[in-house]
Design a binder for this molecule. Structure first.
Ligand SMILES: [Zn+2]
Length: 352
């Protein structure tokens, strides 16, 4: 590695609290791995990423669509770890109500940034992405969204994606996948695996075969519970799930009780001032067997989940639809007082 190359970049861009020489070195090594040691290519990619980080400050941003438009806009979150300690990101395409490519990229950045500070050292400094396709439809085949996400991964989060496991993908997805693949890094495309759903539907290898390879019994049980619940109770339960509401109220087992509030956007602010009255809202729908959508029981106790909770609460107090939930959660949240923005500032892009 060229020390001169690294130090020049470090001096130029990375004068923010929380950064360190070792984090910077790890990041440069990761970018060099992505370009197989080609210094000029890695330099270009890293310069673009650092410029973007300085301009956008992605580590301080939360998805504005989830905060202000619908608490169920997106369903993509960090929920656990694989056997090697790599982060497990879970998303369900059909449960995401918002199909806009810019807003989905914004949510994607939020998920990736929240993981950056807590990823383990190389070679496990990656995530494994499980995507459930059970309600995938024509409206989800937006090439702009797929290409924007793939470019984001390639440019600013190289070598972070360990595996992408597509669960229960229907036949109509095959053509779409072939169409967008040329826009992705070939290394990324090789990391994609297709498996059937836990109900045996969709294309690919057997669900148990692949899931047993990557996840322990607890994590597999969470994935099966989540996926089967979304298949068997789509209308009355799955469509009422909100990861954001679950996080800021520290309860991922009860769903939809806040729904009427979000429908009365015009009244929302005045109601917030008067205080929250849960009795006026629709009754909660309970997950099967206490299944918590925030992740495995052991994951909910970890620093990663506490960080996400604090980050969500911090931003939700300013969200049009979420400020009321924050008032309610203040009484019961178990989150510890961590200043997420301060802790995460600067160091995120430079973590290896
Ligand atoms: Zn979102």
């Amino acid at each position: 590695m060229s020390n001169h190359f690294f130090l020049a970049l470090y001096d130029q861009y990375w004068r923010v609290p929380g950064s360190s020489l070792s984090l910077a070195v790890d990041t440069v090594r990761r970018f060099l791995r992505a370009d197989r040691g080609n210094i000029s290519k890695a330099k270009k990619r890293l310069e673009e990423t650092l410029k973007w980080r300085i301009d956008v400050q992605p580590q301080t941003k939360m998805c504005s669509t989830c905060l202000n438009e619908d608490l169920r806009s997106h369903y993509m979150q960090h929920v656990g770890w694989d056997k090697r300690g790599r982060a497990l990101v879970y998303s369900d395409i059909g449960m995401a109500r918002d199909k806009g490519h810019k807003s989905n990229v914004e949510h994607c950045i939020q998920v990736l940034e929240l993981m950056e500070p807590i990823l383990p050292p190389f070679p496990n400094d990656q995530y494994i992405w499980v995507v459930d396709f059970h309600k995938f439809s024509i409206s989800d085949m937006n090439p702009k969204m797929a290409i924007a996400c793939l470019k984001l991964f390639g440019r600013s989060y190289p070598e972070r994606l360990g595996q992408m496991i597509l669960v229960g993908a229907p036949r109509i997805f095959n053509g779409f996948f072939r169409a967008v693949s040329p826009f992705a890094d070939p290394v990324t495309v090789k990391k994609v695996r297709f498996i059937k759903g836990p109900d045996g539907k969709g294309g690919g290898k057997k669900f148990d075969l692949v899931v047993n390879e990557f996840f322990d019994a607890e994590t597999k049980a969470w994935l099966v519970a989540e996926m089967m619940e979304n298949r068997l109770r789509w209308k009355d339960l799955a469509r009422r799930k909100s990861w954001l509401a679950a996080l800021i109220t520290a309860d991922g087992t009860r769903h939809g009780w806040w729904e009427q509030n979000t429908k009365r956007k015009s009244k929302f602010n005045s109601e917030a001032e008067e205080g929250f009255d849960e009795d006026k809202l629709a009754p909660a729908v309970l997950s099967e067997h206490g299944h918590d959508i925030r992740g495995c029981p052991s994951f909910i106790q970890t620093e990663a989940c506490v960080r996400m909770t604090n980050f969500a609460i911090q931003h939700s107090s300013r969200g049009k639809l979420t400020n009321l939930l924050v008032c309610k959660s203040a009484k019961k949240s178990t989150a510890v007082p961590v200043n997420t923005e301060t802790d995460r500032s600067g160091g995120t892009a430079l973590q290896g």
